[in-house]
Design a protein around this ligand. Structure first.
Ligand code: SF4
Ligand code: SF4
Ligand code: FES
Length: 357
């Protein structure tokens, strides 16, 4: 047994009082969970602490909180390890972020998470009528691509950690977009293009993610929501050529073209090329692109004034000395007929080596 200190964020909206920290001591073996610690406090000291939980085994998805500032399932976090990471010796436990707090550690999942999940039409829209007297048979290998997204337990931990959602609460978010890929990648679904167009055109859709990896890092089920968002983007741009009003298509093409040409990112060209179709000239002379270029002039002038951009930097960019190697990678990838989407549920932690074994 060991003694651990818990610092629990308390809040009762009905009291009219602001949130405050409650300090508690618990006595547990270090391999027990933070949830066990909270339940011990409830049992021995203060039964009024609000926490949602059920399975205590990282299955039901109900005990999401922030432990020492990091989003996690309380039942899936060892109390001893949390204590090692705690500042000032006390494990801080707060409600999840990006969601309204109902009471103490309980957040309103309906107001954010479930609303966003419903937004992506989370059910199959079959391409054809289901067979009348038999099951819809799908070859197992055709479903491999979506197994990772199917592992989601809807705990909301990724939503809590999402930095884009902090800035834009309307962002559809990691969990709902991972759910969207579960159906976009399903071979039985007949609405792939409509779904992708909808998510690409939404200003809070697939191009609102900033690749910060926070959702990948915290997800207890290795769903890697950011990877599912990247898959949605690849299908939207590469497979369907969806040119969206958010410049997501142009930005992706600009990025790829610049790396292929220079080996490193030519930042000064990224913005103007993103307004068009990613190429240097073609696309940038379209009326929409010209309008956006003009609107971005104040930003460019600010960059010039601060010295971040210089005429030399804007016009010239050195190629990598071994740029041929970068081009070789491009032609190798582009020569493949099929794109293989792999995930941890198929290849394991060691990736390709294991898959090849
Ligand atoms: S993607 Fe992961 S973190 Fe996000 S809701 Fe699903 S299981 Fe939870
Ligand atoms: S990678 Fe994207 S979806 Fe995931 S937490 Fe960051 S901004 Fe949010
Ligand atoms: S209690 Fe079910 S996931 Fe933690």
């Amino acid at each position: 047994m060991a003694d651990f200190k818990l610092k629990i964020r308390r809040f009762d909206p009905e009291s009219g009082e602001p949130a405050y920290w409650g300090d508690f001591d618990v006595d547990l073996p270090p391999e027990r969970s933070v949830l066990d610690g909270i339940l011990q406090v409830k049992d021995r000291e203060d039964a009024s602490i609000g926490i949602r939980c059920s399975c205590r085994a990282a299955i039901c998805g109900s005990c999401g909180v922030r432990i020492n500032g990091k989003s996690a399932l309380a039942c899936n976090t060892r109390i001893g390890e949390a204590a090692e990471r705690a500042r000032d010796g006390a494990i801080t436990i707060e409600p999840m972020g990006n969601m309204p707090v109902v009471k103490d550690l309980i957040t309103d999942m309906e107001a954010v998470h479930w609303k966003k999940v419903r937004r992506v039409v989370p059910w199959l829209l079959p391409a054809e009528e289901p067979p009348e007297h038999s099951e819809y048979i799908v070859p197992a290998e055709a479903m491999l691509d979506v197994t990772q997204a199917m592992a989601c337990i809807h705990c909301g931990v990724c939503v809590s950690a999402c930095l884009s959602m902090e800035v834009d609460p309307h962002f559809i978010g990691p969990a709902a977009l991972a759910k969207a890929y579960r159906f976009v990648g399903d071979p039985r679904d007949g609405a792939e293009e409509e779904r992708l167009k909808d998510l690409a055109e939404d200003p809070h859709g697939i191009y609102d993610c900033t690749h910060c990896f926070a959702c990948v890092e915290v997800c207890p089920k290795d769903v890697a929501p950011m990877n599912q968002i990247m898959r949605l983007r690849r299908r939207a741009t590469g497979d369907h050529g969806i040119k969206d009003d958010n410049n997501g298509y142009g930005h992706e093409k600009a990025f790829v073209n610049l790396i292929e040409k220079y080996g490193t990112l030519h930042e000064a060209q990224l913005l103007p090329r993103s307004f068009g179709d990613g190429s240097l000239v073609k696309g940038q002379i379209e009326p929409g692109a010209v309008k956006q270029l003009i609107e971005s002039l104040p930003t460019a002038l600010r960059g010039l004034k601060s010295g971040k951009v210089t005429p030399k930097k804007a016009l010239l960019h050195p190629k990598l000395p071994d740029q041929d190697q970068v081009r070789r990678v491009f032609s190798e990838v582009e020569s493949k007929d099929d794109r293989v989407e792999l995930n941890l549920y198929i290849v394991g932690e060691s990736g390709g080596e294991e898959a090849e074994a």
